[in-house]
Unconditional design. Structure first.
Length: 240
């Protein structure tokens, strides 16, 4: 049985050993006022992107999420947050040029999750549990046939959690690969229960063995998932 994630208080120093993936959770600002301390940490292109959000709360979340990312990366690397330069893959995955520090982030309704590793391509996803979204019709649009069949077997009172468990595992895998939705959502399948796993890939069983998925339980009302290449690494999770 998979153990629930243990969320530790932030460590005094930011060390990231080779054989570790570290996950952080942070509460995001909801208003312009709450987001204000993060704004000076953003680059000009990020500030410009923030300015294009039409909804205040979405803008505050973006500013807080990027600002927190820069604070965390800055501490790992021992540099000021604004000194960091991101580059982007063709599908939009941000990375640090010329660094072995890999990262990924996700945010959903007031909460952000971050994953960091040395050289392991990480993907992370978080979703707030929203019963109005967790619908079999929506599952048929985004999930594989195998996943829809598994979801239909779940008792009605556990279906919202199973839906978002599936969703976050799929997203975490996609985000670890970094190619976005160009990899067909029905070309692979994840487990909905324990253990978290990639259980099918049209690319074959080696692809399933190549990746490790971990379930994350950041706080009540949210589920998350982390994906990274399999191997001998430990997971540690922190509160910011
Ligand atoms: C863009 C995408 C990576 C995730 O988007 P999302 O779930 O809306 O947003 P999240 O909060 O989880 O992640 C956004 C972050 O992922 C990162 N990201 C962007 N493109 C990425 C990519 N191709 N690969 C990995 N990470 C990426 C960025 O840091 C982004 O944060 P930003 O807003 O600060 O730039 C992509 O997978 C997508 O378009 N998903 C659409 C939703 C969908 O259809 N999902 C099907 C699930 S079954």
């Amino acid at each position: 049985m998979e153990l629930p994630t243990l969320w530790e208080e932030a460590p005094s120093s930011h060390d990231l050993p080779e054989n570790q993936v570290q996950v952080w959770q942070a509460t995001l600002p909801r208003t312009e006022e709450e987001a204000a301390p993060f704004l000076p940490l953003l680059s000009a292109d990020e500030a410009e992107r923030a300015g294009r959000f039409l909804v205040d709360r979405a803008r505050a979340a973006f500013v807080g999420a990027r600002g927190t990312l820069r604070l965390l990366l800055g501490r790992y690397l021992g540099v000021p947050p604004l000194a960091l330069r991101f580059c982007y893959s063709a599908a939009g995955k941000p990375a640090l040029e010329g660094q072995d520090l890999c990262f990924n982030l996700s945010h959903s309704q007031g909460l952000a999750l971050y994953a960091f590793s040395r050289r392991l391509s990480v993907g992370i996803d978080v979703e707030r549990l929203r019963p109005e979204v967790a619908d079999v019709q929506i599952a048929r649009r985004f999930f594989s046939t195998r996943e829809v069949a598994a979801l239909e077997l779940v008792e009605a009172n556990h279906r919202t959690e199973a839906f978002f468990t599936c969703w976050t595992r799929k997203e975490a895998y996609l985000k670890a690969r970094g190619e976005g939705l160009s990899l067909g959502l029905d070309s692979f399948a994840v487990s909905l229960g324990e253990p978290a796993a990639l259980v099918h890939s049209d690319q074959g069983t080696d692809e399933c063995r190549r990746w490790r998925l971990c379930a994350l339980h950041p706080r009540p009302g949210y589920v998350g998932a982390l994906c990274a290449p399999g191997g001998d690494w430990d997971l540690r999770c922190f509160h910011r």
